[in-house]
Design a protein around this ligand. Structure first.
Ligand SMILES: Cc1ncc(COP(=O)(O)O)c(C=O)c1O
Length: 487
């Protein structure tokens, strides 16, 4: 645990980096085994240090290795690809690459093609919408979801409500923001046996970094629920093995895992669950036949029925390249490195205290690395426990070329519980006819209730190193003994 006996100016100063790194390596002997990632940082991600970036927003977007882009560019330069909806040579060349990318996705997630279908989408949100709009919600049926879901999972409640299903939120419990098993048992016991019941939760919260037990999947299925596992924030640093875990629907975005390309995600759906979905429309590519005069259409079998229009056929080979790249490193190695750095960061942050011994930060979520990922949400407080405005934090971080995230991270529920905001207080945001922005709401909540409606988030990933977290601690130490208004 770092000790803060120095003056704030000396704490985590640049000249202390080497000795801090030595101490870190000594305390984490297994970190040396992740040296491959240290080397890749110096080669494939050299642009970070060349431009003096401290990148701490991997949950927002992963970073690509230079080699991924080079390989993709060479492929595009040397070949001619046409729209895969034909059978001409250039079209067939594109089809082959799309098929290969799809096959690799099955392998990467150890999903059997007999059991799962890989559907390419524009992103995780696109995959979630596919499920939401086509799931057979009906009166008597249920949509159950945890409080700490991303808004793209929350948004499915609009489909559920419009079709008369009951929507229930399962709270996460501060301070760790985990699920209470008894409450889960209670909610899962309410499935309507004759109706469709969908339970959605994130494998890792993009707010708190909490990793919910994947055992929830089997428990919910045994209780009569279909399970939607949002794996967008989990997959960049954790193995998702679908030969072991059997959620009905899995959603993710590839850029979060390997940075490039953006604009491609996927829905991995169990074939049995996919059969339950009722698409609300058809599009080019999703049908085997459609007629204007006959006013009919027949949906294609399997993935084609869910991939509207032309798939992103020039970018899908880059997904293949990205997955191969991650496999060449091993996602478990990435996990190990991120876990060690997260552990140091959590200890160091919680160890920062003002001269009057008041803590500098309040972390929303677990303060150790047990069942949590490398995403940390928190706020800074001054010596008199007054909140430091996260806008100010972001502004100052920008000045140091530190990329972090502030606000509610599209995950309002976890924040509401973490900040102790009540349903009545939240309802105020929606009382007026006039639209309110998040910033306006934050200002009201702070002045009226002295509560924060947002936080600061730092997240680690594939190219993170000790210097990144150390530099961030130097920045954080700059808030010690400073008044909130002054920042
Ligand atoms: C847990 C989680 N789910 C879903 C999403 C949505 O991803 P996208 O914006 O790529 O659709 C995100 C993005 O941050 C996320 O973290």
């Amino acid at each position: 645990m770092p000790v803060t006996t120095h003056s704030p100016d000396q704490l985590y100063a640049p000249e202390g980096l080497e000795s801090a790194r030595s101490a870190f390596l000594q305390a984490n002997p297994s970190y040396a085994a992740t040296a491959r990632l240290r080397d890749l940082r110096a080669t494939e991600y050299a642009r970070l240090d060349r431009q003096g970036h401290t990148y701490l927003d991997y949950t927002g977007g992963g970073l690509y290795a230079e080699g991924q882009v080079r390989r993709h560019w060479e492929l595009l330069q040397e070949n001619v690809f046409g729209n895969p909806h034909s059978v001409n040579p250039t079209s067939m060349a594109a089809t082959r690459l799309v098929d290969e990318a799809r096959a690799y996705v099955y392998d990467f997630f150890r999903a059997s093609p007999d059991e799962y279908t890989v559907i390419f989408t524009p992103n995780a949100s696109g995959a979630l919408k596919l499920v939401g709009e086509a799931y057979p919600f009906a009166p008597g049926g249920h949509y159950l979801l945890t409080f700490d879901n991303h808004n793209s999972v929350n948004g499915i409640r609009e489909f559920a409500q419009a079709k008369g299903a009951e929507v229930n939120y399962l709270p996460v419990v501060p301070p760790d923001l985990r699920i209470n098993q008894e409450r889960l048992d209670d909610f899962l016991g309410r499935a309507a046996p004759e109706q469709a019941n969908l339970f959605a939760f994130p494998a890792q919260s993009n707010f708190s970094g909490v990793q919910h037990p994947l055992e929830f999947i089997e428990q919910a299925k045994a209780a009569g629920w279909d399970v939607l596992l949002d794996a967008a924030a989990f997959t960049p640093t954790n193995r998702l093995d679908l030969s072991v875990w059997k959620p009905d629907f899995v959603t993710l975005s590839f850029y979060k895992i390997f940075g490039y390309p953006t604009g491609v995600g996927c829905l991995l759906a169990r074939k049995n669950a996919l059969k339950k979905l009722r698409r609300p429309w058809f599009a080019g590519g999703t049908i085997t036949i459609a007629s204007v005069q006959g006013c009919g259409h027949v949906l294609a079998d399997s993935e084609a029925a869910f991939e509207d229009g032309t798939v992103d056929y020039l970018n899908l080979p880059a997904v293949h390249i990205g997955l191969e790249y991650i496999d060449s490193i091993g996602v478990d190695l990435i996990h190990e490195r991120v876990e060690a750095l997260t552990s140091w960061l959590l200890d160091a942050l919680t160890g920062l205290r003002h001269s009057n011994d008041a803590p500098l930060v309040r972390i929303y979520g677990p303060t150790d690395t047990e069942s949590r990922g490398g995403t940390i949400a928190f706020n800074f407080y001054d010596p008199d426990a007054r909140l430091v405005d996260y806008h100010k934090v972001e502004q100052l971080a920008n000045g140091f070329n530190i990329s972090l995230r502030t606000g509610c991270f599209c995950n309002p529920g976890a924040g509401e519980l973490a900040h102790g905001l009540t349903a009545d207080e939240m309802a105020e945001a929606f009382q007026n006819e006039e639209r309110m922005t998040m910033d306006q709401f934050q200002a009201i909540v702070l002045s009226k209730h002295q509560k924060s409606a947002g936080a600061v988030r730092v997240s680690l990933g594939i190219a993170s190193n000790f210097a990144d977290v150390y530099r961030f601690l130097g920045f954080a130490a700059g808030f010690l003994d400073r008044e909130a208004e002054v920042g």
